[in-house]
Design a protein around this ligand. Structure first.
Ligand SMILES: *Cc1c(COP(=O)(O)O)cnc(C)c1O
Length: 460
């Protein structure tokens, strides 16, 4: 399988190249040249999660990792999960389900892909006897998932940038209390988008990028999308009819993994993009205008994003893979912070996606109403999804699956204020509030971040 750029101007690359790099050289994102077809009988209600993941990832890796190696890495990744199903589907109502994606080491869905990615990464570096530097911007959960997956590896240095005071205390402590020599936490005086822009500009700096051997583990890395498509298959296989998936959305990676599943042949009724008050995606799908506004801090900080990198992949597909158009459109967007989506592209997007916005007051009301109606605690990100599900106009036969992306214990303040219950951290994290933190605060300035990284790398 080869991978091409959404901007149509980079040479095709291998799976291993895509795994170990970041953006394509033309600034685009990698997508498979053709989508593999997963036949319906391949993944059934009885298929183990790790086996389903192997079925899908082996198509994307197509021989670049030997079968037993890939299998071992997938088994290793999911052995660390707290429940044997990995991603259990929990029924909460006649036709409603929560797909619980937070049973990994850092209590949010990002572990599901990151645990596999880390193992494959290490294997690839081992093979080429090389090192890599990973620089990642995080709105909270990517950072801790990356640290859990890559901390302590000998061929990788990991720099994680988070927006200072804009993530939850549990999220921050999960990152800053890690005790690995290869992990470096940076708090940026700015928003997530500022941090993401710094990372993007470091990647765009060819000299720095080559010297430091930069690689990405955020959802611009296609391997994450591939790994996340698995739970759409395992969940749908348990239901009698093609479901609607409701996806709490920030960078559009998770919901695009749903589109990937559809393109591999999975029958999905619709994908619902659920955003918080940072609603660029919602406005884009409703109004056909993709335009940024200032990012606003909310109770669901992992979705406090204005520029959704992965939306470019959806635009590429919705334009019938017109790389030249995507290139022009993204250049226009970079310049004007605004893009009018052409009618034909918008029609294709709307054929798959529907979108709803949920503000903080609605998020809290939803946490309260889920608790009242089902006795369950949901975190604020999941609540944004449930709120969208509440507003959908659907037939009662269509199963509605809300992706539950974080453990409520990761966001205890909102949960306590609405239910009176403090969701407990699992025993392995129970001393989180006592552990010592390690973090460097830097201004929103790419040169200072670059100098810091160079300094740390020189002292490895
Ligand atoms: C990252 C994250 C999201 C958003 O996922 P995207 O792939 O960025 O759209 C939603 N909820 C939680 C808890 C997250 O960590």
């Amino acid at each position: 399988m080869r991978y091409i750029s959404t901007r149509g101007n980079s040479p095709p690359r291998s799976f291993e190249d895509v795994l170990c790099s970041g953006l394509a050289s033309d600034g685009g994102l990698y997508v498979p040249e053709t989508w593999p077809c997963i036949e319906r009988r391949t993944i059934t209600a009885d298929t183990r999660y790790a086996d389903a993941a192997y079925e899908i990832l082996s198509r994307f890796a197509s021989g670049e990792f030997a079968g037993p190696e890939l299998k071992a890495d997938i088994e290793g990744a999911y052995a660390a999960f707290e429940v044997p199903e990995v991603a259990p589907l929990v029924q909460i109502d006649d036709n409603r389900y929560l797909l619980e994606l937070f049973h990994g080491p850092t209590l949010a869905f990002k572990d599901i892909a990151m645990q596999v990615l880390g193992r494959l990464f290490e294997r690839a570096l081992e093979r080429s006897k090389s090192r890599a530097t990973i620089v990642a911007a995080t709105s909270g959960d990517t950072g801790s998932a990356a640290i859990a997956a890559l901390g302590g590896l000998s061929r990788i240095d990991l720099f994680v940038l988070h927006p200072r005071n804009r993530i939850s205390e549990v999220q921050r402590r999960q990152m800053t209390t890690a005790r690995f020599g290869n992990v470096h936490n940076i708090a940026i005086e700015g928003t997530f988008d500022d941090a993401q822009n710094i990372v993007k500009s470091l990647f765009a700096d060819e000299e720095f990028s080559a010297n430091a051997r930069l690689a990405a583990v955020n959802s611009i890395n296609f391997v994450r999308i591939a790994a996340q498509s698995v739970y759409y298959f395992t969940a749908a296989a348990r239901l009698a009819r093609p479901p609607i998936f409701v996806v709490p959305t920030g960078n559009f990676g998770d919901v695009f993994a749903g589109e990937a599943a559809m393109r591999m042949g999975l029958e999905i009724e619709r994908l619902v993009v659920a955003t918080n008050a940072n609603d660029i995606l919602c406005r884009a799908i409703h109004d056909g205008v993709y335009s940024t506004r200032a990012a606003e801090p909310t109770l669901s900080p992992s979705m406090d994003i204005q520029v959704a990198s992965n939306f470019e992949r959806a635009l590429f597909e919705a334009s019938n893979r017109d790389g030249a158009w995507v290139r022009g459109a993204m250049a226009e967007f970079a310049e004007c912070r605004r893009l009018e989506i052409p009618r034909t592209v918008l029609v294709n997007l709307r054929a798959r996606y529907e979108a709803y916005r949920c503000d903080d007051a609605q998020t809290l009301e939803t946490i309260a109403s889920v608790y009242r109606q089902t006795g369950r605690l949901v975190d604020p990100h999941t609540a944004v999804g449930v709120h969208a599900a509440d507003r959908l106009d659907t037939s009662p036969e269509t199963p509605l699956v809300v992706l539950s992306t974080a453990d409520p214990a990761k966001f205890p303040e909102s949960v306590r204020s609405e239910t009176g219950i403090v969701p407990p951290l699992p025993p392995r994290l129970s001393d989180l509030y006592e552990r010592e933190e390690h973090v460097t605060v830097l201004p929103n300035d790419r040169e200072q971040v670059r100098a810091f990284i160079e300094h740390r790398l020189a002292n490895v």
